[in-house]
Write a protein that binds this ligand. Sequence first.
Ligand SMILES: O=C(O)CCC(=O)C(=O)O
Ligand SMILES: [Fe+2]
Length: 351
Amino acid sequence: MSSVTQLFKNNPVNRDRIIPLDFTNTKTLPDSHVWSDSEPELEPEPMTRAIPVVSLSSPEQVLLQHACEEWGVFHITDHGVPHLLLQNVECQMKRLFSLPMHRKILAIRSPDESTGYGVVRISMFYDKLMWSEGFSVMGSSLRRHATLLWPDDHTEFCNVMEEYQKAMEDLSHRLVSIVMGSLGLTHEELRWLVPDRTGSRTDSIQSFLQLNSYPVCPDPHLAMGLAPHTDSSLLTILYQGNIPGLEIQNPQEESRWIGVEPIEGALVVIMGDLSHIISNGRFKSTMHRAVVNKTHHRVSAAYFSGPPKNLQIGPLTRDKDHPPIYRRLIWEEYLAAKATHFNKALTLFRC
Ligand SMILES: O=C(O)CCC(=O)C(=O)O
Ligand SMILES: [Fe+2]
Protein backbone atom coordinates (compact mmCIF):
# COMPACT_ATOMS: atom_id res chain seq x y z
CA MET A 1 0.00 0.00 0.00
CA SER A 2 1.42 3.42 -0.91
CA SER A 3 2.10 5.86 1.92
CA VAL A 4 -0.62 8.18 0.60
CA THR A 5 -3.21 5.41 0.53
CA GLN A 6 -2.13 4.46 4.03
CA LEU A 7 -2.50 8.09 5.06
CA PHE A 8 -6.13 8.27 3.92
CA LYS A 9 -6.87 4.95 5.50
CA ASN A 10 -5.56 6.28 8.81
CA ASN A 11 -7.07 9.77 8.48
CA PRO A 12 -10.28 9.50 6.45
CA VAL A 13 -11.92 12.49 8.14
CA ASN A 14 -8.84 14.69 7.92
CA ARG A 15 -8.44 14.46 4.17
CA ASP A 16 -9.19 18.16 3.67
CA ARG A 17 -6.58 19.04 6.32
CA ILE A 18 -3.94 17.32 4.18
CA ILE A 19 -4.99 17.79 0.56
CA PRO A 20 -5.94 21.25 -0.70
CA LEU A 21 -9.21 21.76 -2.52
CA ASP A 22 -9.03 21.12 -6.27
CA PHE A 23 -9.38 24.85 -6.96
CA THR A 24 -9.58 24.50 -10.75
CA ASN A 25 -12.82 22.55 -10.42
CA THR A 26 -14.41 24.81 -7.78
CA LYS A 27 -16.56 27.60 -9.17
CA THR A 28 -18.23 28.73 -5.93
CA LEU A 29 -16.75 29.13 -2.48
CA PRO A 30 -17.62 26.07 -0.34
CA ASP A 31 -18.75 26.75 3.23
CA SER A 32 -15.54 25.15 4.52
CA HIS A 33 -13.64 28.11 2.96
CA VAL A 34 -15.92 30.99 4.00
CA TRP A 35 -14.12 33.19 6.56
CA SER A 36 -16.13 36.36 6.93
CA ASP A 37 -18.80 38.34 5.21
CA SER A 38 -17.26 41.78 5.51
CA GLU A 39 -14.72 43.62 3.40
CA PRO A 40 -11.27 43.65 5.07
CA GLU A 41 -10.41 46.90 6.87
CA LEU A 42 -7.66 48.04 4.57
CA GLU A 43 -5.64 51.18 5.15
CA PRO A 44 -5.57 53.58 2.21
CA GLU A 45 -2.68 53.60 -0.20
CA PRO A 46 -0.42 56.18 1.54
CA MET A 47 0.23 53.70 4.39
CA THR A 48 1.42 51.18 1.82
CA ARG A 49 3.88 53.70 0.50
CA ALA A 50 5.22 54.31 4.02
CA ILE A 51 6.65 50.78 4.26
CA PRO A 52 10.42 51.36 4.16
CA VAL A 53 12.48 50.57 1.06
CA VAL A 54 16.11 49.73 1.90
CA SER A 55 18.79 49.65 -0.77
CA LEU A 56 21.37 46.98 0.02
CA SER A 57 24.03 48.72 -2.05
CA SER A 58 24.47 51.20 0.82
CA PRO A 59 22.01 50.39 3.61
CA GLU A 60 21.20 53.45 5.68
CA GLN A 61 21.52 52.52 9.34
CA VAL A 62 18.79 54.86 10.58
CA LEU A 63 16.30 53.71 7.94
CA LEU A 64 17.09 50.07 8.64
CA GLN A 65 16.58 50.49 12.35
CA HIS A 66 13.30 52.31 11.74
CA ALA A 67 12.25 49.48 9.40
CA CYS A 68 13.03 46.75 11.94
CA GLU A 69 11.71 48.54 15.02
CA GLU A 70 8.61 50.31 13.75
CA TRP A 71 7.50 48.04 10.91
CA GLY A 72 9.19 44.63 11.09
CA VAL A 73 8.67 44.50 7.32
CA PHE A 74 10.51 46.28 4.52
CA HIS A 75 11.33 46.08 0.83
CA ILE A 76 14.92 45.55 -0.30
CA THR A 77 16.34 46.72 -3.61
CA ASP A 78 19.84 46.22 -5.06
CA HIS A 79 19.83 42.78 -3.41
CA GLY A 80 21.91 41.14 -6.15
CA VAL A 81 19.50 38.27 -6.92
CA PRO A 82 19.32 38.13 -10.74
CA HIS A 83 15.99 39.16 -12.26
CA LEU A 84 16.14 36.10 -14.53
CA LEU A 85 16.39 33.77 -11.53
CA LEU A 86 13.30 35.38 -9.95
CA GLN A 87 11.41 34.97 -13.22
CA ASN A 88 12.48 31.34 -13.47
CA VAL A 89 11.34 30.66 -9.90
CA GLU A 90 7.94 32.18 -10.66
CA CYS A 91 7.65 30.17 -13.87
CA GLN A 92 8.54 26.89 -12.12
CA MET A 93 6.11 27.59 -9.28
CA LYS A 94 3.31 28.12 -11.80
CA ARG A 95 4.35 24.93 -13.59
CA LEU A 96 4.13 22.97 -10.34
CA PHE A 97 0.84 24.35 -9.10
CA SER A 98 -0.80 24.04 -12.54
CA LEU A 99 -0.35 20.27 -12.48
CA PRO A 100 -3.62 18.36 -12.11
CA MET A 101 -4.46 17.36 -8.55
CA HIS A 102 -3.89 13.66 -9.19
CA ARG A 103 -0.25 14.52 -10.03
CA LYS A 104 0.36 16.99 -7.17
CA ILE A 105 -0.98 14.46 -4.72
CA LEU A 106 1.93 12.14 -5.57
CA ALA A 107 4.17 14.46 -3.53
CA ILE A 108 1.70 14.99 -0.69
CA ARG A 109 3.11 15.96 2.71
CA SER A 110 1.88 13.64 5.44
CA PRO A 111 1.05 15.11 8.88
CA ASP A 112 4.34 13.92 10.36
CA GLU A 113 6.48 15.30 7.50
CA SER A 114 7.63 18.86 6.93
CA THR A 115 8.21 18.80 3.17
CA GLY A 116 6.14 18.22 0.05
CA TYR A 117 2.81 19.39 -1.36
CA GLY A 118 -0.24 20.23 0.75
CA VAL A 119 -2.34 22.70 2.69
CA VAL A 120 -0.46 25.37 4.63
CA ARG A 121 0.83 24.08 7.92
CA ILE A 122 -1.07 26.61 10.06
CA SER A 123 -4.40 25.17 8.81
CA MET A 124 -4.64 23.02 11.90
CA PHE A 125 -5.07 26.11 14.08
CA TYR A 126 -8.18 27.28 12.22
CA ASP A 127 -11.62 25.79 11.71
CA LYS A 128 -11.93 27.22 8.24
CA LEU A 129 -9.74 26.20 5.32
CA MET A 130 -7.57 28.58 3.32
CA TRP A 131 -7.70 29.39 -0.36
CA SER A 132 -4.14 28.27 -0.99
CA GLU A 133 -1.82 25.33 -1.51
CA GLY A 134 1.88 24.99 -0.77
CA PHE A 135 5.04 23.08 -1.51
CA SER A 136 7.70 22.95 1.20
CA VAL A 137 11.36 22.31 0.46
CA MET A 138 14.20 21.45 2.80
CA GLY A 139 17.50 19.81 1.82
CA SER A 140 17.28 16.60 -0.22
CA SER A 141 13.46 16.52 -0.14
CA LEU A 142 13.46 18.73 -3.24
CA ARG A 143 14.72 16.06 -5.65
CA ARG A 144 12.70 13.28 -3.99
CA HIS A 145 9.41 15.15 -4.35
CA ALA A 146 10.16 16.62 -7.77
CA THR A 147 10.88 13.11 -9.08
CA LEU A 148 7.46 12.00 -7.86
CA LEU A 149 5.81 14.96 -9.63
CA TRP A 150 7.77 14.71 -12.87
CA PRO A 151 9.47 11.28 -13.13
CA ASP A 152 11.25 12.23 -16.41
CA ASP A 153 11.26 15.98 -16.32
CA HIS A 154 12.28 17.39 -12.95
CA THR A 155 15.82 18.59 -13.66
CA GLU A 156 14.93 22.16 -14.56
CA PHE A 157 12.65 22.60 -11.55
CA CYS A 158 15.33 21.25 -9.22
CA ASN A 159 18.12 23.32 -10.76
CA VAL A 160 16.13 26.54 -10.47
CA MET A 161 15.06 25.87 -6.88
CA GLU A 162 18.57 24.87 -5.83
CA GLU A 163 20.02 28.01 -7.37
CA TYR A 164 17.34 30.07 -5.64
CA GLN A 165 17.97 28.45 -2.24
CA LYS A 166 21.67 29.19 -2.57
CA ALA A 167 20.97 32.81 -3.52
CA MET A 168 18.58 33.13 -0.56
CA GLU A 169 21.11 31.60 1.81
CA ASP A 170 23.77 34.13 0.77
CA LEU A 171 21.32 37.02 0.89
CA SER A 172 19.92 36.03 4.28
CA HIS A 173 23.45 35.83 5.72
CA ARG A 174 24.11 39.33 4.44
CA LEU A 175 20.84 40.61 5.85
CA VAL A 176 21.27 38.97 9.24
CA SER A 177 24.76 40.48 9.50
CA ILE A 178 23.49 43.95 8.65
CA VAL A 179 20.38 43.79 10.82
CA MET A 180 21.90 42.03 13.84
CA GLY A 181 25.11 44.01 13.45
CA SER A 182 23.01 47.10 14.18
CA LEU A 183 22.25 45.59 17.63
CA GLY A 184 25.94 45.33 18.36
CA LEU A 185 26.39 41.56 17.88
CA THR A 186 30.07 40.69 17.67
CA HIS A 187 31.59 38.97 14.66
CA GLU A 188 31.83 35.75 16.66
CA GLU A 189 28.15 35.88 17.70
CA LEU A 190 27.12 36.47 14.10
CA ARG A 191 29.13 33.50 12.87
CA TRP A 192 27.43 31.36 15.49
CA LEU A 193 23.98 32.54 14.40
CA VAL A 194 24.58 32.09 10.67
CA PRO A 195 27.50 29.68 10.13
CA ASP A 196 28.78 29.61 6.57
CA ARG A 197 28.16 26.69 4.24
CA THR A 198 31.61 25.24 4.75
CA GLY A 199 31.06 25.07 8.52
CA SER A 200 30.54 21.69 10.15
CA ARG A 201 27.05 22.40 11.52
CA THR A 202 25.30 23.42 8.31
CA ASP A 203 23.37 20.13 8.10
CA SER A 204 21.37 21.13 11.15
CA ILE A 205 20.44 24.59 9.88
CA GLN A 206 16.72 25.17 9.97
CA SER A 207 16.28 27.21 6.83
CA PHE A 208 13.30 26.38 4.75
CA LEU A 209 11.75 27.31 1.38
CA GLN A 210 7.98 27.52 1.18
CA LEU A 211 6.30 27.92 -2.21
CA ASN A 212 2.77 29.32 -1.90
CA SER A 213 -0.01 29.32 -4.49
CA TYR A 214 -3.20 31.37 -4.24
CA PRO A 215 -5.50 30.36 -7.10
CA VAL A 216 -8.05 32.72 -8.61
CA CYS A 217 -10.95 32.88 -6.13
CA PRO A 218 -14.67 33.21 -7.00
CA ASP A 219 -15.37 35.27 -3.86
CA PRO A 220 -12.16 36.82 -2.51
CA HIS A 221 -13.80 38.95 0.21
CA LEU A 222 -15.13 35.84 1.89
CA ALA A 223 -11.93 33.81 1.57
CA MET A 224 -8.50 33.80 3.24
CA GLY A 225 -5.27 32.99 1.38
CA LEU A 226 -3.04 32.65 4.41
CA ALA A 227 -4.38 33.44 7.89
CA PRO A 228 -2.68 35.97 10.20
CA HIS A 229 0.58 34.71 11.68
CA THR A 230 4.11 35.72 12.56
CA ASP A 231 7.09 33.84 11.13
CA SER A 232 9.26 31.88 13.58
CA SER A 233 12.43 32.61 11.62
CA LEU A 234 15.27 35.03 12.18
CA LEU A 235 13.96 36.71 9.07
CA THR A 236 11.99 35.73 5.99
CA ILE A 237 12.76 36.81 2.43
CA LEU A 238 9.62 36.88 0.31
CA TYR A 239 9.35 37.00 -3.47
CA GLN A 240 5.79 37.90 -4.39
CA GLY A 241 6.04 38.67 -8.11
CA ASN A 242 3.85 41.59 -9.12
CA ILE A 243 0.45 40.47 -7.83
CA PRO A 244 -0.57 42.14 -4.53
CA GLY A 245 -1.83 39.96 -1.67
CA LEU A 246 0.53 40.33 1.28
CA GLU A 247 -0.86 42.44 4.14
CA ILE A 248 0.63 43.42 7.48
CA GLN A 249 -1.07 44.50 10.64
CA ASN A 250 -0.98 48.24 11.08
CA PRO A 251 1.66 48.83 13.79
CA GLN A 252 -0.53 51.61 15.22
CA GLU A 253 -3.91 49.92 15.07
CA GLU A 254 -4.10 46.15 15.23
CA SER A 255 -7.53 45.75 13.70
CA ARG A 256 -6.43 47.34 10.44
CA TRP A 257 -4.32 45.91 7.63
CA ILE A 258 -1.84 47.50 5.26
CA GLY A 259 -1.20 46.04 1.80
CA VAL A 260 2.46 45.45 0.94
CA GLU A 261 2.24 46.40 -2.72
CA PRO A 262 4.89 44.72 -4.86
CA ILE A 263 7.73 46.94 -6.07
CA GLU A 264 9.23 45.86 -9.39
CA GLY A 265 12.46 43.92 -8.78
CA ALA A 266 12.34 44.27 -4.98
CA LEU A 267 12.06 41.50 -2.37
CA VAL A 268 10.23 41.78 0.95
CA VAL A 269 11.94 41.11 4.29
CA ILE A 270 9.76 40.03 7.23
CA MET A 271 11.41 40.00 10.64
CA GLY A 272 10.65 36.79 12.56
CA ASP A 273 10.03 35.83 16.20
CA LEU A 274 13.66 34.88 16.68
CA SER A 275 14.89 38.38 15.81
CA HIS A 276 12.26 39.77 18.15
CA ILE A 277 13.66 37.61 20.99
CA ILE A 278 17.33 38.31 20.24
CA SER A 279 16.68 42.04 20.03
CA ASN A 280 14.89 41.87 23.41
CA GLY A 281 11.65 43.02 21.82
CA ARG A 282 13.15 45.90 19.84
CA PHE A 283 12.58 44.36 16.41
CA LYS A 284 8.96 43.73 15.51
CA SER A 285 7.81 40.31 14.42
CA THR A 286 4.85 41.65 12.53
CA MET A 287 1.58 39.80 12.10
CA HIS A 288 0.87 39.31 8.40
CA ARG A 289 -1.52 37.44 6.12
CA ALA A 290 -2.20 36.90 2.41
CA VAL A 291 -5.47 37.73 0.71
CA VAL A 292 -6.69 36.40 -2.63
CA ASN A 293 -8.22 37.91 -5.74
CA LYS A 294 -10.68 37.16 -8.50
CA THR A 295 -8.52 37.55 -11.58
CA HIS A 296 -4.91 36.47 -11.01
CA HIS A 297 -3.25 33.31 -9.79
CA ARG A 298 -0.71 34.60 -7.26
CA VAL A 299 2.41 32.67 -6.25
CA SER A 300 5.01 33.57 -3.65
CA ALA A 301 8.26 32.05 -2.40
CA ALA A 302 9.10 32.51 1.28
CA TYR A 303 12.63 31.66 2.44
CA PHE A 304 12.72 31.32 6.23
CA SER A 305 16.20 31.86 7.54
CA GLY A 306 17.00 30.09 10.80
CA PRO A 307 20.11 29.17 12.80
CA PRO A 308 21.28 25.62 13.62
CA LYS A 309 18.39 23.99 15.46
CA ASN A 310 20.36 23.19 18.62
CA LEU A 311 21.50 26.78 19.06
CA GLN A 312 20.77 28.39 22.39
CA ILE A 313 19.47 31.91 21.97
CA GLY A 314 18.23 34.69 24.16
CA PRO A 315 17.93 38.45 24.26
CA LEU A 316 21.15 40.22 23.57
CA THR A 317 21.02 43.11 25.92
CA ARG A 318 24.04 44.71 27.46
CA ASP A 319 21.93 47.57 28.74
CA LYS A 320 21.08 47.48 32.49
CA ASP A 321 18.04 49.68 31.88
CA HIS A 322 16.54 47.01 29.61
CA PRO A 323 16.80 43.62 31.34
CA PRO A 324 15.87 40.55 29.25
CA ILE A 325 12.15 40.19 28.63
CA TYR A 326 12.53 36.65 27.23
CA ARG A 327 14.30 33.70 28.80
CA ARG A 328 17.06 31.81 27.02
CA LEU A 329 15.86 28.92 24.88
CA ILE A 330 16.99 26.35 22.36
CA TRP A 331 15.83 27.26 18.85
CA GLU A 332 14.35 23.78 18.37
CA GLU A 333 12.39 24.28 21.60
CA TYR A 334 10.87 27.44 20.18
CA LEU A 335 9.89 25.69 16.95
CA ALA A 336 8.17 22.95 18.95
CA ALA A 337 6.29 25.56 21.03
CA LYS A 338 5.21 27.34 17.84
CA ALA A 339 3.98 24.06 16.35
CA THR A 340 1.73 23.55 19.38
CA HIS A 341 0.78 27.04 20.52
CA PHE A 342 1.08 28.94 17.22
CA ASN A 343 0.61 32.71 17.70
CA LYS A 344 0.76 32.38 21.51
CA ALA A 345 4.24 30.78 21.52
CA LEU A 346 6.19 34.00 22.15
CA THR A 347 4.34 34.80 25.36
CA LEU A 348 5.36 31.40 26.81
CA PHE A 349 8.98 32.52 26.87
CA ARG A 350 8.43 35.91 28.55
CA CYS A 351 10.43 36.37 31.77
O1 LIG B 1 2.35 34.86 0.21
C1 LIG B 1 2.55 35.81 0.96
O2 LIG B 1 2.47 36.98 0.59
C2 LIG B 1 2.89 35.57 2.41
C3 LIG B 1 3.57 34.26 2.67
C4 LIG B 1 3.89 34.05 4.11
O3 LIG B 1 3.65 34.89 4.95
C5 LIG B 1 4.50 32.79 4.55
O4 LIG B 1 4.69 31.87 3.71
O5 LIG B 1 4.79 32.67 5.78
FE1 LIG C 1 4.65 34.43 6.84
